[in-house]
Design a protein. Sequence first.
Length: 153
Amino acid sequence: MEDISLRSAVLKDLPVLYEFEQGIVSAERPYDETLKPGHINYYDLKLMIDSSKTEVIVAETSKELIGSAYINIRAASSYLNHSYYGYLGFMYVKPEYRGQGVNKKIIEELKSWACKKGITELRLDVYDENDSAIKAYEKAGFSRHMIKMRMTI
């Protein structure tokens, strides 16, 4: 396995990050019939890179960017035992690098960033049929918490 390093994303990374975003959209389409057809964007990546409440991380080898994720500090509901939590998203690893611990390494970096900000809770959303993603998140230390349900009427 090649040496993989992590760093904060910068604006010059945007073209590759937009490709990663479309990779995420393509992977999630089979799990979500509510997504519009055609090109869609989930994130305002430029705003996220520039935000002090969000850290966008990229994983890279000597040759290329191979993965990404972000953490965003969000206010928790008033009835919870923490005031803020870190929300993780934009989790992507290029297919040829999956299964090599890249995602876990990224999550560890995001956890470290959160701890420096005084954050004690991390959350993320994953489609309940996306078994491979669920296994990866559980391997990184996450546990299932709640299932969101929906109905088309």
